[in-house]
Design a protein around this ligand. Sequence first.
Ligand SMILES: [Zn+2]
Length: 327
Amino acid sequence: MKWWQLALAAGAAAGLLTAQPVFAADSQVIRNEWQDEHLGPGVARWVDEDGNVWDQPGVRPDMADAAEGNGAAADENGTAEAAGDGTQENTADGVPTGDGVPSGDGASQPAAEDAAQETGRIIDPSKPMVALTFDDGPYGPVGNRILDCLAQYNGRATFYVVGERVPAEAAEMQRIVAEGHEIGNHTYSHKYLNKLNTAQIRQEIDRCADTVQSVCGVRPATVRLPGGNKNATVLAAVQEPIVLWNVDTLDWKTRNAQQTVSAVLDHVQDGDIILMHELYQASGDAALQIIPELTNRGYQLVTVSEMAQYRRGGLQNGQIYYSMKPQ
Ligand SMILES: [Zn+2]
């Protein structure tokens, strides 16, 4: 049984829906790092330097210390708590002039560019933007509902797909690309990379990218680490830009649309990268509320590459992005 089948089966058991996380504080020896507690796909627990455990929905704690040895990530995180003020203060560094369509990632996302041009979609870097990300798919029954809603509101999102699921969902993959969304690399089989050696890590990344490319003709520009789990070996092996998140809906755990909606709408700020999962109908239900309301509030729904283009002048290899607040 694959991990997502386990996850779906577990979701059918009412016990999981109300289960509380098991705390094992006395076992926490690593601080300022994601703890692999096998809580579920795509999510681990954050433990800060004082041993406080974070596993609640919403915005993560300040992660300024999260990126030892990675100045860019610290820089990303350093702005996280200050986002409440000056959200309109965008220096527009690196923002291309002209028609407002990003040009930096054309090689990896040509379809996104074309779709943006065709729809006349223009991103205003001076206005708020949010990157919705959907992990662990593709899964057509939920993904197509999300895509329908994004199309209705002319929004874009990023789908971090698991490579071994891709061939069976070729139609959805091709739709994602055709409608201007971004496909990200969530490894081939969703193994926690901090458990693997360098060769195994590269195989997980490259095999996913190869599969995506063979099915829909684009190569993912960024990597999302399963569970957010990383160590020095992972960071050395993954040269691609790593995109994590700063708003964790815990949708996989609650399987509750309203809780997922609240986790986003009660906390959302300009530059957020929001983590949801494509495997659950409740997450699709939530997306159908979140997408219209964010649009109504004036947020531009952008891909992570678009956000990087407008907020950081493009993606950089070897860097970790948790959010992209205005600078
Ligand atoms: Zn995942």
